[in-house]
Each structure stands twice: as structure tokens, then as C-alpha cells.
Design a protein around this ligand. Structure first.
Ligand code: LLP
Length: 431
């Protein structure tokens, strides 16, 4: 039992969340103080960790012309987009809403935007054309026709890449694997050449790149190499066909370790860069990268207060004021998040419990049968690695206002999103 506690302490050491004077801090700010100042549940992010992760990509790919287009869907906080934009990031967007976020956060980055997604609508395409984004990652022939029509209508030429489906298996949760022919994503790589050829019929379409994205939370790097090798081969064929292909978009998907094992982030990015390099061989195209999770997941935590500890038969439940509406990953993917008390445990009392929220369904859990330090009502606990796909997947289920968000910059705390109010929840309704 003592071992478990030691492991939990080690866990936080490889993240920006560390114990100082027996209290969990994000960089130099105490989570006790944050709970007092901003309430719970609260999303907390470390700006320095996000910058560091971004720089790891910049360094690992320094020998190639490249742009890191951060996947906005992972965490679309305007403050985080601005932080990354100012560091030089481009952005991978999937909706008109995300485009607007980039515009609001850091307008100069619009020209470094790639627009992905299987169901783009005319108004979204129009907005992106007018914003002069870098490229559209087109996922079907029908979408390509729509893009040509909108481009003609607006008199703006559209740079496009086909998102190809390389039929590569990436070991991850089935909901977030995307590179097999059975998935809804992309265009079968075998028919891509014919579609590029067809596209040259419209002067409003500019074949500009090829893109691929095989899934998310991928820990092995071989599938990336395999996918890129197929894309590189296609690019050579396209060049022989006379297309001036400038970019190869390698997508996102590099996974992190959600467990309490030590995690060597620089090494992981180096492995990833080496795998992509292998797939790219001598290819000299400008490389686009779309990491989401790797940049922001471990920079963030969800801080929550224990409302009660309850026993039902042999089970113990720790009920927190955060719930599945605030962080749905455990409920949706059975995802693991480390859960650590804000007051550092002394190593004595450990219990096995389910950590659950107040939402009215049994799927509302953060962990099941987890060994955790004894906690009591009023105590604070932090769910780690919640910076990616946490707040962006939050909802108002059970009419619960969504959490506030703060960004920590060293010793400074910036409230980047105020807590929703009950009133906010009803502003769009008509009675
Ligand atoms: N590019 C495209 C086209 C994507 O669809 C995605 C993620 C990314 C980049 C970024 O992938 P990342 O580097 O973050 O793995 N909600 C799930 C993850 C869904 C991923 C969707 N697409 C989760 O919480 O695990």
C-alpha cells in the first residue's frame, strides 16, 4: 500500500503538478489557493509546459521545413491558442467555430491553418477561403466539388490536400482510430491519383499537399512511419503526374502515458520524428504536423472537491463535485487518469474506491476500484493529464455549469474562462 502512494508522488513529479510543502502546486501556484480563489471544479493549465512541449516539436523537426499546426479540438481555450500562436504555431481546425477561435486568439496564424474534417459546410468553407488559410484537407470527392464551387463563387483559389486513408492499423481505442479503410475518414489512397487529376479540371482548385491522420493516443511509432511511407510514394507519383505538391501533412496522434510511469517527453518526440523521417525518406516537402494531446494533455489538471465518501455493500465511493460532464474521457473511452490528493498523503491510509461524480448515471465515474489515499469531504483532489479533450468535450448534462479555467504562468494565475452560471445555461432558450 505504501508503494502506491510513493508511485502517486512520482507521477506528479514528471508533470507541472508537483508537491511543495506537502501541497500540490501547478508550477509555483498552490492548488489550495486556486480552489479558494476560483472554486471547483477548475481546469488548471501550465503555460510553461505547453511551451516546452511545442519547442520539443520545433527542435525535433528543425532539420526539415515544417509547421506545427496544433489541433484546436484538443483544447480550444483562446488563451492557449494565443500562447501557441505567438510561439509560431499554425492550427488544425475542424469547424467554422474553431476558425473563429484562431482569428480571435492570434489573427496572423490564419495563414497557417489547415482545415480538416469529414463534413465541411459551405459557410465554413467560405469563411476559410476568405481567411486565406493554408490548405483544405479534403476528405471526399463531393467535398472537393463543393470546395471548387465555393472557390469559384468567391473568386478565391483553394489550396487543397486530399486526406488519404493509408489502411494502416494504429493500436488505440477503436473510437479514436481513423486510418483503416473501414473508417469514415479520408479517401482510399489507391484512388487518390485519379482525384488529383480530376481536380486539375477546375482552375479554382490548387493541388497543394497530401494529408494523413491515422488516429489518436498512438504509443507505437511504426504505424506513423508506415502511413508516411505510403503518402511519400503517392507524392512522388503525383509529382510525376505534374502536380506541384508542396506539403505533406502527417496529422496528429502521438500519445502520452496516462499512468504513473516516468514519461520522457523529449525522447517520445524524437522517436516520433525519427519514424516520420523514415517514412519520408528523401522527400523534401514542407511537413505539417497536427499534434493536439501531446502538447496540452499533461499541462492540465481538473481540480475537484470531495463532496462525500459513501459505502454501498463492499464498495466505497468518493463523490466529487466534478462529473462526467466536466471530463468525459473515463466514461467514454474507459480512459485512465491519475487522481491525486492536493494535500500530500503521509503514506498511511489507503483505500480502494470508485471516484465518481454527482451525475445521475452509473457511467459517471473517473476511476473504479482505485487505490487512493484516504480522503474526507472537503478535501481536494486533482485529475491529472486533463489538458486535452477535457474542457473541449465538457457539456451541461444535468444542467451543470461548466468549470472555470486558469492558466498558470510561473507564479502568476490568469483566469482565462470564468465559471458558467446557471443563468448562462438558459440564455439561448425561449419560453
Ligand atoms: N488531426 C486530426 C485530423 C484529428 O482528427 C485529430 C484528433 C488530431 C489531429 C489530433 O490528434 P492528437 O494529437 O490529439 O492525438 N477525444 C479523444 C481524442 C479524439 C481525437 C480526434 N482527432 C480523447 O479524449 O482521447
Amino acid at each position: 500500500m505504501k508503494k502506491k502512494i510513493a508511485a502517486a508522488t512520482a507521477t506528479v513529479a514528471s508533470r507541472p503538478f508537483v508537491y511543495r510543502n506537502r501541497v500540490l502546486h501547478c508550477d509555483h501556484v498552490s492548488l489550495n489557493a486556486l480552489a479558494e480563489g476560483y472554486g471547483t471544479p477548475l481546469y488548471i493549465y501550465s503555460a510553461s509546459q505547453i511551451s516546452e512541449r511545442f519547442q520539443l516539436f520545433q527542435t525535433a523537426f528543425a532539420s526539415r521545413p515544417h509547421t506545427v499546426c496544433y489541433a484546436v479540438k484538443a483544447n480550444s481555450s483562446l488563451a492557449i491558442l494565443r500562447l501557441l500562436g505567438r510561439l509560431g504555431a499554425g492550427f488544425d481546425i475542424v469547424s467554422g467555430g474553431e476558425l473563429e477561435r484562431v482569428r480571435r486568439a492570434h489573427k496572423p496564424a490564419l495563414r497557417k491553418v489547415v482545415f480538416s474534417g469529414v463534413g465541411k459546410q459551405a459557410w465554413e468553407i467560405d469563411a476559410a477561403l476568405k481567411a486565406d488559410i493554408l490548405q483544405f484537407n479534403v476528405e471526399s470527392v463531393q467535398e472537393l466539388d463543393l470546395l471548387a464551387a465555393r472557390a469559384q463563387k468567391l473568386g478565391i483559389r483553394a489550396r487543397f490536400a486530399l486526406r488519404v486513408n493509408p489502411d494502416v492499423f494504429a493500436e488505440t481505442h477503436p473510437y479514436i482510430s481513423t486510418g483503416l479503410s473501414e473508417h469514415k475518414f479520408g479517401i482510399d489512397i489507391k484512388v487518390a491519383r485519379a482525384i488529383y487529376r480530376r481536380a486539375t479540371k477546375s482552375k479554382w482548385l490548387e493541388p497543394y499537399g497530401v494529408s494523413v491522420h491515422i488516429g489518436s493516443q498512438i504509443r507505437k511509432v511504426d504505424p506513423f512511419a508506415a502511413a508516411l511511407a505510403r503518402v511519400t510514394e503517392l507524392v512522388s507519383q503525383l509529382r510525376r503526374d505534374g502536380h506541384d505538391i508542396r506539403t505533406i501533412d502527417a496529422g496528429g496522434g502521438l500519445g502520452i502515458d496516462y499512468s504513473d510511469a516516468p514519461f520522457d517527453a523529449p525522447h517520445q518526440v524524437d522517436r516520433y520524428a525519427a519514424a516520420l523521417g523514415k517514412g519520408l525518406a528523401n522527400e523534401t516537402a514542407h511537413i505539417l504536423l497536427e499534434p493536439g494531446r501531446f502538447l496540452v494533455a499533461q499541462a492540465g489538471a481538473l481540480l475537484t472537491q470531495v463532496l462525500g465518501v459513501k459505502k454501498n455493500g463492499s464498495k466505497t465511493f468518493i463523490i466529487t463535485d466534478a462529473a462526467m460532464n466536466d471530463l468525459i474521457r473515463p466514461a467514454l473511452y474507459h480512459a485512465h487518469h491519475e487522481i491525486v490528493p492536493v494535500r500530500q498523503p503521509t503514506g498511511k491510509a489507503v483505500i480502494t474506491a470508485d471516484i465518481v461524480g454527482p451525475v445521475c448515471e452509473s457511467g459517471d465515474f473517473f476511476a473504479r476500484d482505485r487505490a487512493i489515499a484516504q480522503v474526507k469531504p472537503g478535501d481536494l483532489v486533482a485529475l491529472l493529464d486533463a489538458g486535452a479533450y477535457g474542457m473541449t468535450q465538457a457539456s451541461n448534462y444535468n444542467s451543470r455549469p461548466r468549470p472555470a479555467e486558469v492558466l498558470i504562468e510561473g507564479t502568476k494565475t490568469i483566469l482565462t474562462r470564468r465559471r458558467e452560471t446557471i443563468r448562462d445555461l438558459m440564455t439561448t432558450e425561449i419560453l
